[in-house]
Write a protein that binds this ligand. Structure first.
Ligand SMILES: [Zn+2]
Length: 230
């Protein structure tokens, strides 16, 4: 289930004392496009935690399931919206395959690595994992990877990816003369779409700056610890 942030809720209807989301924006689990859903809430099936709803994608016209959860803060009469995204759960690789920046050979190798590790074929999983690492490095280093060990290639990798670009771009975005900054300073009108984009930006920035580095480090430490003992 994926949370739909308040900025992506375009309209509400009133049901008793509850403000029930009516139109929401979300990536469609069926077609993958960013689209709008008009929710049809099932008021006959109320649980302690919330309500169920169905929404039709404005792009592909296929239905998706939504869950509207009561806020744990009882004074807050707004519901939190979640979209069931079974395709994400079943196969996160489908999304990778749609990403044109990731080489298809790399996605295939990664898929094989996951498949063999799920079938408990550990030696095949090790071989495939090494192939994925090589494929990632080859993608960035190109011919320069020839003759270098995996370790040396990783040492070189930061010279081949501009890890500062995205951060600097955000810096340009919030330049004091820019209209985006004026909006943040409330000197300019803010529309729903902008707020959705801003909250998405916050989410990915926090993920990029705090969550992912910590995850990588923690997995790294566990592996290091394990092989120290052995
Ligand atoms: Zn769709």
């Amino acid at each position: 289930m994926r949370r739909i942030l308040p900025g992506a809720i375009l309209s509400h209807t009133q049901y008793g004392y509850l403000k029930v989301p009516k139109n929401v924006k979300s990536q469609c689990p069926k077609c993958g496009k960013s689209s709008e859903f008009t929710l049809k809430t099932n008021y006959y099936q109320v649980t302690k935690r919330g309500l169920f709803a169905e929404g039709i994608c404005s792009e592909c016209k296929k239905p998706s399931e939504f869950v509207l959860m009561f806020n744990s803060n009882r004074l807050n009469r707004e519901l939190e919206v979640y979209i069931y995204s079974p395709s994400d759960l079943r196969d996160p690789l489908d999304q990778l395959e749609r990403n044109k920046h990731i080489p298809i050979d790399l996605v295939r190798a990664y898929r094989s690595a996951l498949n063999v590790s799920q079938s408990k074929d550990n030696s095949a999983a090790a071989v495939m994992s090494k192939r994925v690492l090589e494929s990632v490095l080859k993608h960035f280093l190109g011919e320069d990877s020839n003759g270098l060990s995996l370790s040396q290639q990783f040492q070189q990798l930061p010279n081949y990816i501009d890890l500062t670009k995205q951060i600097q771009d955000v810096g340009y975005l919030v330049h004091p003369d820019g209209s985006f900054y004026e909006m943040l300073e409330l000197k300019r009108e803010i529309d729903d779409e902008t707020i959705t984009l801003v909250t998405e930006l916050l989410e990915v920035l926090i993920e990029y700056l705090f969550v992912l580095p910590e995850k990588i480090e923690s997995i790294h430490d566990k592996i290091e610890q394990k092989f120290k003992k052995g």
